[in-house]
Design a binder for this molecule. Structure first.
Ligand SMILES: [Zn+2]
Length: 222
């Protein structure tokens, strides 16, 4: 982390791999800013112009927002962040979703003179992802989402408020499978691209949250 350039970390992995959790931990560790595509889209969809309304429609259906629209929002945000991030780092979650987006992001970072980009793949198998997404639970009282991983599997009550836990399918199994198929078809080529560039850090996402985190930190400090 002693580089003059801010550390940019792109988190990749199948749904359920723990990207969001690790992003939060990394933000704390490095006082980084967060750039999540989901949050960008939700924010933009609150405006009542054509783009905002259409985004809301598409997201409500669970469809993907096409690259030109997504990338425009993303690039505008990067331009703004370029002004203020300074030496602070940036954690990127939810992009790229394809080889095309990975290439676009690459050239954007080059243009903004942000070269210190590392890509972390939280590697879990398709089977593990499916099991995590269908078994995770939610607290009836505070709404906390309890991941189906490591020591959390043994929780009987909410670890924050003591509330009762229930299994809740956010998505139907077919919808989960569709996301995993999408990963295989579109995201995997982006992962391969980063690997060819020597930027990819592969971490076994099947470990406990703590151990995944420790391994990420180790790899980043190398
Ligand atoms: Zn709770």
């Amino acid at each position: 982390m002693s580089n003059k350039q801010p550390q940019i970390i792109i988190l990749l992995g199948r749904s359920g791999c723990g990207k969001g959790t690790q992003a939060k931990l990394l933000m704390k560790e490095f006082s980084s800013d967060y750039l999540g595509s989901g949050a960008l889209l939700r924010e933009r969809s609150k405006q009542s112009d054509f783009t905002g309304k259409k985004l809301k429609q598409v997201m409500d259906k669970g469809d993907l927002v096409p690259t030109p629209v997504m990338f425009r929002l993303w690039a505008d945000k990067i331009a703004k962040m370029r002004e203020k991030v300074g030496k602070k780092g940036l954690i990127i979650d939810g992009s790229p979703r394809s080889l095309l987006e990975a290439k676009l992001m690459n050239s954007a970072f080059k243009w903004y003179e942000w070269d210190n980009v590392k890509v972390i793949l939280l590697d879990i198998s398709e089977q593990e992802a499916f099991s995590r997404l269908t078994n995770r639970r939610i607290c009836k009282d505070c709404g906390r989402l309890i991941p189906w991983v490591g020591e959390f599997k043994d929780l009987k009550k909410c670890d924050k408020c003591g509330g009762e836990l229930e299994t809740r399918f956010d998505d139907k199994p077919e919808a989960i499978q569709a996301r995993l198929d999408y990963y295989k078809k579109d995201v995997q080529p982006a992962v391969d691209y980063y690997e060819e560039q020597g930027r990819l850090i592969k971490v076994d996402g099947g470990q406990s949250i703590d151990n995944v985190y420790k391994e990420i930190i180790q790899c980043l400090l190398q």
